[in-house]
Design a protein around this ligand. Sequence first.
Ligand code: EPZ
Length: 441
Amino acid sequence: MNSVLQVEGGHPLHGSITVRGAKNFVPKAMVASLLGDSPSKLGNVPLIRDVDVVSDLLDLHGVVIDFDQNRGTMTLDPRNVKVASRSDIDSLGGASRIPILFCGPLLHQLGEAFIPELGGCNIGGRPIDFHLETLRNFGAVVDKRPDGIHITKPAEGLRGAVIELPFPSVGATEQTLLTAVRADGITILSGAAIEPEIMDLINVLQKMGAIISVDTDRTIRIEGVEKLSGFNHVALPDRIEAASWGAAALATRGDIYVLGAHQPDMTTFLNTYRKVGGAFDIDAEGIRFYHPGGQLKSIALETAVHPGFMTDWQQPLVIALTQAQGLSIVHETVYENRFGFTQALRQMGANIQVYRECLGGTPCRFGQRNFFHSAVISGPTPLEAADITVPDLRGGFSHLIAALAASGTSKVSGIDVISRGYEHFTRKLHQLDARVKYVDQ
Ligand code: EPZ
């Protein structure tokens, strides 16, 4: 699990790659299948570690999964769902954050759920207080024990709730949706996340028989129903992967056609891409991202919840900003500790300084709490090859881009983390004429 990729940098990436279903949607749709009383079918499923982990967890709970990896089609049969042993669930602990979303469906189906140690990238505290509070609001009994969190359904069943999120949390919104659809009565969720991945999960639940409406003020209303059937759905494409390759084209002065990239989900990214000096052509099947020549321009950027600039888009784009003329500012308002990846970039010659203050836009939750959540990037600075280690998923992809943009040959360790969210990424790099190969430690 600690493979090393040797990267010969300084060559533009050129060619075409395909992006399939969104990493931050597909596993949630798989969990939703637990709520149905008949099998579900999911299309455009990518071959990534997060899908593997959730497949293993569902298998532990008796769901029969058939996955055609080439066609990307998966069937999930939940008709024999059963309680899984704690030790088995624990064996998968630490691999993903998705297990927490099993709670609602398992409470409805089995009356109990167990949350193991959660995984996910080290980009902030990753609290789950909103999730646990939401489950309590539905009437669930949440018992924190040394071996994990045990949750049980009250005898009278789960009832609709009024839930107000202090922050538009994607996970807590999904937690509410997956619990409310079969709760008794109406649930009103205010301050909800409305990311495209959330809207596609609502599409799936509606196909299953749920009654869900989304108001213009981020309020979601769910009318609980007695039963849900299986769904047949094709996942929306991964806008984070598409943007990551777009950023790679900019940083390496290349030209990449991303088959599957979907403009409506990427509007804010495309506006920023253009302001930095990148160019793109959009057609019905995908988007061509390219460096049109000339000098890239520095910008002031603030990440935000949808429809703002997505937090997962900033790491890959920062590499292009190291090549832009002038000072760029990035104010990260979703996660408190998402600039750890800049350490390796400084090692390669980038001029990046991180600050505790909210730089650029509006004051955010982290401004007075001693978190280095703003960055100033001064460019252009030539990047030199270095031996670096991948810190997390999106930071890891930005390290890959930096090595591809740098002059010389780098060794990137811990590269397997990237397969959590980027399907066949080394195959795609070869398709783009990148000079990369696996080497011994
Ligand atoms: C999802 O994480 C995504 N992961 C993240 O992508 C993405 O960056 C994030 O949403 C925001 O869009 C998956 O979908 C698997 P959150 P999630 O709950 O659900 C606060 C990637 O690389 N918070 O919206 O964990 C806390 O400040 C990953 O693909 C609480 O305070 O995100 C947190 O920083 C990285 N208490 C912020 O919300 C809670 O109980 C955002 O969290 C929950 C959240």
